[in-house]
Design a protein around this ligand. Structure first.
Ligand SMILES: [Zn+2]
Length: 449
């Protein structure tokens, strides 16, 4: 791992203090060794990245997605959550490990192109053990920092038998993944119930909390995504909301990340705050499925940690966190009919430091600070649509595009330099994904839902 210095950039540390300055970052052994103002003094063994006209910021963190779903862009886009989920789950009947590998790798390079350096894959379809292993192989091949959330479904009329697991059977499968990969440097793990209570029994909820504690794993779950999920919890479990329902099993906790959390009450936001639970806000997916508007402003005001996610491309169409940041900002403004209800710094914090905290990586990444791993992106802001710069934070949220991402560094390694991948053959990855897509579509055409 070479010594590297990125200099002459506008540095956005994204710490608690809203601050930007012209300066440099020195990287030693993959770690941020020095952050300073002005032009860096460099040594002979330094790899120098001179970046005038660029903003240097922490790599974006996609806290919730399903990578393989890039193969399913715009396939079922006019359905609300339950009929849409029936089809997504139904895919388990035909999905093969090779679809997960090719689709996930395409999802990873789309992520890198849009400035993502950490991705959390919420995995929930496992018709065979290799589906998880092939997804992990794709994430590792990409060079991204990755979190693999291997979740479980053990019930639900819309869940095909091939991907329904008894808890003990699922836990054995998760143990096998941990045995093989737990010590892999850039990879970490979560577990969880997939979408309680529509595809989980109460037995699973009890047991998965025990299992997660026993293995020191955090929890990832889809929570209160649509009104129909809340209606289910009221009808079948007599609770007012999903968070309230999950509380009796100890699922909300400081190492839990709840995707969506659209339909949560004030009392439930208090539970999220008091338990230290994080939320992954996925505004584009919520809008695409017509789910509703998550109470993000209320959560932030109460001190709940909020991260940002794209969700899978089957309900977002893309893996672009720039789209997601802009949507997160505009959605709250229009929902509250108040242009000042959310500030762009908070939105950019959700996509960086908020994501890192939600995934248990806040000592590793999410801000530009000495001692953290060098997960950094250079964004070309000397472009027509970004100039002139009056407020760099607002303009990154509202003007910048994924195509402005010039260079991507993960763990001190350059994955993309001047818009070109350095370690991956993107043309081959795209060609392989097209082959996998054709095969998947052919298999899907034989299914009825
Ligand atoms: Zn999801």
């Amino acid at each position: 791992m070479a010594n590297m210095t990125v200099t002459n950039a506008v540095i956005l540390p994204m710490t608690q203090e809203r601050r930007s300055f012209s300066g440099y970052v020195k990287i030693r052994d993959g770690i941020i060794a020095e952050v300073g103002e002005g032009t860096a003094q460099v040594t002979n063994d330094d790899h120098v990245v001179d970046a005038p006209g660029c903003a240097l910021l922490p790599g974006l963190i996609n806290a919730h997605t399903h990578l393989y779903q890039v193969l399913l862009r715009a396939v079922w886009e006019d359905l609300e959550l339950m009929p849409w989920l029936r089809r997504i789950y139904g895919c388990a009947r035909v999905l093969r490990p090779e679809h997960f590998y090719a689709g996930s790798l395409l999802g990873c390079i789309e992520s890198i192109r849009s400035g993502v350096t950490t991705v959390c894959e919420h995995n929930f379809l496992n018709p065979s053990a290799d589906c998880a292993f092939e997804t992990i192989r794709a994430m590792q091949k990409s060079g991204l920092r990755a979190v693999f959330a291997r979740t479980v479904m053990d019930a639900g009329e819309i869940v095909p038998d091939c991907t329904k697991e008894k808890p003990e059977q699922a836990f054995r499968a998760i143990e096998a993944i941990l045995t093989k990969h737990r010590n892999d440097g850039q990879l970490s793990f979560l577990t969880g119930p997939n979408t309680p209570p529509i595809n989980t029994t109460t037995d699973l909820l009890h047991e998965i909390r025990r299992f997660a504690d026993d293995k020191s794993l955090g929890i990832s779950a889809h929570v209160a995504e649509s009104k129909s999920v809340v209606e289910c919890v009221r009808r079948e479990h007599g609770k007012n909301g999903v968070v309230e329902f999950l509380e009796q099993f100890g699922i909300p906790a400081a190492n839990s990340i709840f995707a969506h959390s659209v339909h949560v009450s004030k009392a439930e936001i208090t539970i999220l705050k008091e338990t230290g639970s994080s939320v992954s806000h996925n505004p584009v997916s919520n809008m695409m499925l017509g789910d509703g508007v998550a109470p993000v402003v209320e959560m932030l005001r109460q001190g709940v940690n909020v991260a940002l996610g794209t969700d899978g491309a089957a309900s977002n169409h893309s893996q672009d966190l720039f789209d997601t940041m802009k949507a997160a900002s505009l959605l709250q403004k229009v929902h509250h009919q108040d242009a000042g209800i959310i500030d762009p710094y908070s939105v950019l914090r959700m996509a960086t430091a908020g994501g890192a905290k939600a995934l248990g990586l806040d000592s590793i990444c999410g801000t530009i600070e000495v001692g953290k791993r060098a997960d950094l992106i250079l964004l070309d802001i000397d472009t027509i649509h970004n100039q002139p710069v009056n407020d760099v934070f607002s303009q990154i949220v509202h003007c910048a595009k994924a195509s402005d991402v010039q260079t991507v560094i993960v763990n001190g390694e350059i994955l993309m330099r001047d818009h070109e991948f350095t370690q991956l053959d993107d043309k081959k990855i795209l060609a392989d994904a097209k082959v996998a897509h054709r095969d998947l579509m052919e298999r899907l055409s034989g299914l009825s839902f």
